[in-house]
Design a binder for this molecule. Structure first.
Ligand SMILES: [Zn+2]
Ligand SMILES: [Zn+2]
Length: 54
């Protein structure tokens, strides 16, 4: 079970949190405006991947 409060590298914290914490969208019909914005425009701040090759 993924932890909604610890975003893995390469994932968007906002999308990750909203995707795995059901309470965020509770009472909403579908996704919240932030999620819709990320779906349409992409995620502006993903967690950077820690690459071994750097
Ligand atoms: Zn959302
Ligand atoms: Zn996102």
């Amino acid at each position: 079970m993924p932890d909604p409060h610890s975003t893995p590298p390469g994932e968007c914290p906002q999308c990750w949190h909203h995707a795995h914490d059901r309470t965020v969208h509770k009472g909403m019909r579908g996704d919240c405006p932030q999620c819709v914005d990320h779906m349409l425009n992409g995620c502006p701040n993903r967690v950077p991947k820690r690459s071994r090759w750097w």
